[in-house]
Design a binder for this molecule. Structure first.
Ligand SMILES: *Cc1c(COP(=O)(O)O)cnc(C)c1O
Length: 420
C-alpha cells in the first residue's frame, strides 16, 4: 500500500465485533489464566502484554502503524522524542563508547549528546553536515556505536546526504540512526537509503495537533549484529533474560531496547497519548501535502520581500540543500523554514510581536503556523560558537507553516513586516 493509504489503514485491525479504532487501554496490567503462560511472556517466548511499562495494546497500534509507514520491522512507542533518542543510545552504548553525530540537530538532542551523555561516559563527536566523507570517517573508531543525523535538521533545515553517511556506516559496520521527525515517512523513508534505526518525535507532524507528547523508535531490522565485534553486548547471553542472545533474534535492536531499556527506564508512551497520536496520524499524508504547498508559497514570498535578508527553504532553487531535497524528498521538505530580517535582533522581536494570527511558540510542525526565535529561546544555552556550528545565526527566525490558507499566512507576515 502507498503511504497515504497506510496512514489510515496500517496499525490496528479489529477482529470480529471489536471496535473499529483502537481503544485507550487504560490498564497497567493484564490477566492470564496459567502460570506457564505468564512465565513464557517473561522469557520473551510468547507475545503478549503483561505490564504497561513494557508494552500496551494502544501503544502497539501506533507502533505498528509507524513501523509500516517507515517500511521497518518493529516500533517502540516512547514517552517523548527525547526518550526515544536516549533509549536508542542506551541500547548500544556503555561508558567508554562514542557516537558520531551531525552538529546541525535539534537543540534538545544537542544538549543530551554534548552535556548529559558525557556524564555517563558516552562521548559525542560532532561533524558538519557538509564535511567530506573522509573527515567524517576519521571520527569513527572501534568504540563508535552510532552515526546520527536528522533527515531535515531542526531548526537549520539542512537536508541529509544519506548516501554519503550510509557508505561510511556500511564500510565500518556502524548503526546508522536518523531522526526523521520533520520529514515524516510520508516525505522520506530513511530505510530506503541505508538507515537502520529511524526515530521520531511524534509530538510534531505525526500527531499534528500539538496535543500529545511522544516518540517512536523504528527498527528496520536491516543491520547484521551477528558476530559484529563492535556490538559485543548483542552477541553474549543476557543474564537478565536467561541467556538470550539478541543477535540471534529476528529484531535484535528492537527486542533489546524493549526488554532492557523500556524495562529499566519506563520511558514508554502513555496509552492516552498513543491514542491521540494514532488519530492524528490518520491525516498525516493529507496534512503534509498542504504543509509543503503552503511552505513553498510562503518561502517564495519571503524571498521577494526587501526587508528579508535571507530565506532558507529547500523549495527555493538557490537553496544550498535544493539538490539533496530533490533527490531524497521530491515531494517537499515540510512546513519548516527559516529566514533573517534585515536589521538586528530587536527587528526580529518587533516582527514576531506584530504578528496577529501566527503565534510565538516553543513548538513546530502542527496544523497552526507558528514562529520562534531560537537564539533567545530554545537555543539560548548555546554559546555563539555552538550556535554557529548548529547552523543558527542570531537573527534566524524559525517559521513552521501550518495548514491554514496560504493567503492568510502571507497577509499576516506582510502586515508584520510593515511594522519593522
Ligand atoms: C522536537 C524534536 C525532538 C524532541 O522531541 P520531544 O517529543 O519534544 O521530546 C527530537 N528531534 C527533533 C527533530 C524534534 O523536532
Amino acid at each position: 500500500m502507498k503511504q497515504d493509504t497506510l496512514c489510515v489503514q496500517a496499525g490496528y485491525r479489529p477482529k470480529n465485533g471489536e471496535s473499529r479504532i483502537p481503544q485507550i487501554c487504560q490498564s497497567t496490567t493484564f490477566y492470564y489464566e496459567s502460570t506457564q503462560g505468564m512465565a513464557d511472556l517473561f522469557d520473551l517466548k510468547a507475545d503478549g502484554f503483561f505490564y504497561s511499562r513494557l508494552a500496551n495494546p494502544t501503544v502497539e497500534a501506533l507502533e505498528k502503524k509507524v513501523a509500516a509507514l517507515e517500511g521497518g520491522a518493529y516500533g517502540l512507542g516512547c514517552a517523548s522524542g527525547m526518550s526515544a533518542i536516549l533509549l536508542t543510545v542506551m541500547t548500544v552504548c556503555g561508558a567508554g563508547d562514542n557516537i558520531v553525530t551531525a552538529s546541525e540537530i535539534y537543540g534538545g538532542t544537542y544538549n543530551l549528546f554534548s552535556v548529559t551523555l558525557p556524564k555517563f561516559g558516552v562521548e559525542s563527536r560532532f561533524f558538519d553536515m557538509n564535511a567530506n566523507a573522509e573527515d567524517i570517517e576519521a571520527l569513527i573508531d572501534e568504540r563508535t556505536k552510532i552515526v546520527f543525523a536528522e533527515t531535515v535538521a531542526n531548526p537549520a533545515i539542512s537536508v541529509l546526504d544519506f548516501d554519503k553517511i550510509a557508505a561510511i556506516c556500511k564500510k565500518h559496520g556502524v548503526l546508522f540512526v536518523v531522526d526523521n521527525t520533520l520529514a515524516t515517512p510520508v516525505l522520506c523513508r530513511p530505510a530506503q537509503f541505508g538507515v537502520n534505526i529511524v526515530i521520531h518525535s511524534t509530538t510534531k507532524y505525526m500527531d499534528g495537533h500539538a496535543a500529545a507528547l511522544g516518540g517512536m523508535i523504528v527498527d528496520c531490522a536491516n543491520f547484521n549484529f551477528k558476530g559484529n565485534a563492535r556490538y559485543a553486548s548483542f552477541n553474549v547471553p543476557d543474564e537478565s533474560y536467561h541467556g538470550l542472545v539478541y543477535a540471534d533474534l529476528p529484531v535484535p535492536f528492537g527486542t533489546k531496547c524493549r526488554a532492557q531499556m523500556m524495562r529499566d527506564t519506563g520511558a514508554i508512551m502513555s496509552p492516552q497519548n498513543a491514542f491521540i497520536t494514532y488519530i492524528g496520524s490518520d491525516t498525516l499524508a493529507l496534512r503534509m501535502e498542504r504543509h509543503c504547498a503552503n511552505a513553498k508559497k510562503v518561502a517564495a514570498y519571503l524571498k521577494s520581500h526587501p526587508k528579508i535578508a535571507w530565506v532558507r527553504h529547500s523549495s527555493l532553487p538557490d537553496d544550498p540543500y535544493h539538490a539533496l531535497a530533490q533527490k531524497y524528498l521530491p515531494n517537499g521538505t515540510g512546513g519548516m523554514m527559516s529566514f533573517g530580517i534585515q536589521g538586528d535582533v530587536s527587528a526580529c522581536a518587533r516582527f514576531m510581536e506584530a504578528l496577529n494570527m501566527i503565534t510565538q511558540e516553543t513548538h513546530v510542525a502542527d496544523v497552526r503556523s507558528c514562529v520562534l526565535h531560537p537564539a533567545s529561546t530554545t537555543h539560548r544555552q548555546l554559546s555563539d560558537a555552538q550556535l554557529e556550528s548548529a547552523g543558527i545565526p542570531k537573527n534566524l527566525i524559525r517559521l513552521s507553516v501550518g495548514i491554514e490558507n496560504a493567503e492568510d499566512i502571507i497577509a499576516d507576515i506582510a502586515q508584520a513586516l510593515e511594522k519593522v
